[in-house]
Structures are given as structure tokens and as C-alpha cells.
Design a protein around this ligand. Structure first.
Ligand SMILES: [Zn+2]
Length: 317
């Protein structure tokens, strides 16, 4: 069964985590290995020869050719952090291994940092996840539906159009038998134009998209995808149709996992990032033992995101 495959896999235990990443030195070595897989290369000129030195505890490399200096964290999401790398690694571990989402408040307690720091770490890592999932495209059989975050019925469907809820679309790629494989989520209004933008980015032209009768979903045909419209008539019965089993199960789980975890204000302002976190975790749910090393690699490849950038609610994605 799909759920058992997820729930009973070994993952990365806390004991293994401590063995591998239990000190700042170990984390620094892991960061270097992940960032420069073929050995150090100067970010300025590409030269592979360098000398190294420490300043205020942080390791720096100086290029032998152009004298450019860079720390192990510069140019990554960890740039300019005053926090030890082991705290960052623990945050990445907790965010990727926990069954439920870890809110900034819980992260604060685990890391022993102030709330503001925990919040910023969480949002920076969620932004890494968002960028990593940005070009995700679904193919084959895809169930597509509209839903809301926040309000009384997170992930639910009733109250279409009501205020103080964040609308988003959810698309689940399934096997031909309807088992969920991958998911794409996007915060957006339910208009023909916005569904067209979502489809252009996230739906392959060869996909077959199954939706209910909401008219805007017809826009998936603009990318060449086949559209199967199932007119449900609404109500509870429509949520139990076998054609929508994967999407309804996903939205139900999303509701349970997000319910009560996050602050309502954060939800409204940063919904795109919370959705990206859910998408990132779902799409890697079968491989919990490597998810941390993959997030580390993504964090190395991502550009620094200063707090002022993180705090700007994104528009016009
Ligand atoms: Zn150089």
C-alpha cells in the first residue's frame, strides 16, 4: 500500500543524523562536499587552486589565480548567517523528516533560538524548496481541483469565493490506476487566465487532465493537454467520486497536516511558500533517507535571500 511505503520507511534517524551532522565541523565538511562535488572552484574565475584560512570561526577559500576570497557559505542560502551550521542542519532535518509540518515556534524550541530567527530559517528553507519545485511538470493522468487555505476549511472545497481564504489549485499526477505520484500546487484565483498560466508551467502537453465542471479548468487545453470534464453536481457525493480519489485524499491530508500548525496571518501572506513546502515534501515522500542531502544540495545552489526579500509576500510569480 502506498501509505505504508511512506510511513514505514526507515528515513534518517536522529542517531544517524547526530553521527553525520552533530557538530559545526561535520556540517561544514558536508556543506563543502555538497557545494563543490568536484573539488573547490573559484566562483569568480573557476580556478581549482586555493588556499584557506579562518576568520571569526568561518572557513574561507582564497583563489590562487585571482585572489578572490569566499567563505563556505557565501553565495548560498546560509550566507552571512551568525548561527552555527549545525543549527541549520538540524532545522533541515526536522523540516524534512517530521511526519507533520514543523512550525517556526516548534523550530524555535528545538534549535534554542529566538522566534524571529526560527521563522527566518524556516522561510529561507521553504524558499529553497519553492525554487527547487518551480519547474516541476506533471504528465500522464492528472487530477486537478480548486481549494482554499486558511479559514475554517483548509484544503476543503466548500465556501468557494468566500473571503479571508487563500485560493489555490492542486494537481496530482497519478498512475493509470489512480495512485498518486507527484503533485503541483499554486496559489491563484480561479480564472481562465490563471489556470492557463498554471498549465503552461506545470502540465505537459501530453497529459490528460481530469477536473470537475468549473469552467476555468478548460484552459488546460491551451497547452495541448486533453481535458476530461466530470460534471459532479457538487455536494458531498462529488468528493467521493473515484475519478477524484487521489486529489481528494491529498487535499484531506494537506488539511490535517497544516491544520493548526501555522499562524493564520502567515498563511494569508506566505501561502505560496507553505504550498511549496507541502509540494516539495510530498514529491520526495518515498525517499526520506536522502531528502536531507538533496535539500542541502539545493540550499548550496540557491542564491542568498536576505530577510527583507523573504518578508515580501510574493506577487506575480
Ligand atoms: Zn579566482
Amino acid at each position: 500500500m502506498t501509505m505504508n511505503r511512506v510511513q514505514f520507511q526507515a528515513g534518517l534517524s536522529m542517531a544517524e543524523f547526530i553521527d553525520r551532522y552533530g557538530s559545526d565541523d561535520k556540517c561544514e565538511a558536508a556543506l563543502i562536499a555538497s557545494r563543490w562535488t568536484a573539488g573547490f572552484a573559484c566562483p569568480a574565475c573557476g580556478c581549482g587552486h586555493s588556499s584557506s584560512f579562518r576568520r571569526e570561526g568561518r572557513l574561507y577559500f582564497q583563489c590562487c589565480a585571482c585572489r578572490h576570497q569566499c567563505s563556505v557559505t557565501s553565495g548560498t542560502v546560509f550566507e552571512a548567517t551568525k548561527l552555527g551550521l549545525s543549527r541549520w542542519f538540524l532545522a533541515m532535518h526536522l523540516l524534512t523528516q517530521s511526519k507533520n509540518n514543523v512550525a517556526a515556534l516548534e523550530l524555535m524550541r528545538h534549535l534554542g533560538v529566538c522566534y524571529k530567527t526560527a521563522w527566518l530559517i524556516k522561510h529561507k528553507l521553504m524558499e529553497v524548496m519553492r525554487l527547487r519545485e518551480d519547474d516541476r511538470q506533471l504528465d500522464g493522468r492528472v487530477e486537478l481541483d480548486d481549494a482554499y487555505l486558511g479559514g475554517q476549511r483548509t484544503g476543503g472545497k466548500t465556501g468557494r469565493g468566500s473571503e479571508n481564504k487563500v485560493p489555490f489549485v492542486a494537481a496530482v499526477q497519478t498512475t493509470p490506476e489512480g495512485k498518486p505520484e507527484l503533485v503541483c500546487l499554486r496559489q491563484q484565483p480561479f480564472t481562465h487566465e490563471e489556470v492557463a498560466v498554471f498549465a503552461a508551467r506545470s502540465i505537459a502537453p501530453s497529459a490528460t487532465v481530469v477536473t470537475d465542471g468549473l469552467w476555468c479548468f478548460g484552459a488546460v487545453q491551451l497547452v495541448g493537454a486533453e481535458h476530461q470534464r466530470v460534471v459532479t453536481g457538487g455536494g458531498k457525493a462529488s468528493t467521493e467520486l473515484p475519478q477524484f480519489k487521489a486529489i481528494n485524499t491529498f487535499l484531506g491530508n494537506l488539511k490535517r497536516s497544516l491544520g493548526g500548525t501555522y499562524h493564520a496571518f502567515d498563511f494569508a501572506k506566505y501561502a505560496h511558500r507553505y504550498l511549496a513546502e507541502a509540494q516539495y515534501r510530498f514529491n520526495r515522500r518515498f525517499d526520506l533517507s536522502s531528502i536531507l542531502s538533496r535539500l542541502l544540495r539545493a540550499a548550496c545552489l540557491s542564491i542568498p535571500t536576505p530577510a527583507r526579500v523573504i518578508r515580501v509576500a510574493e506577487v506575480g510569480r
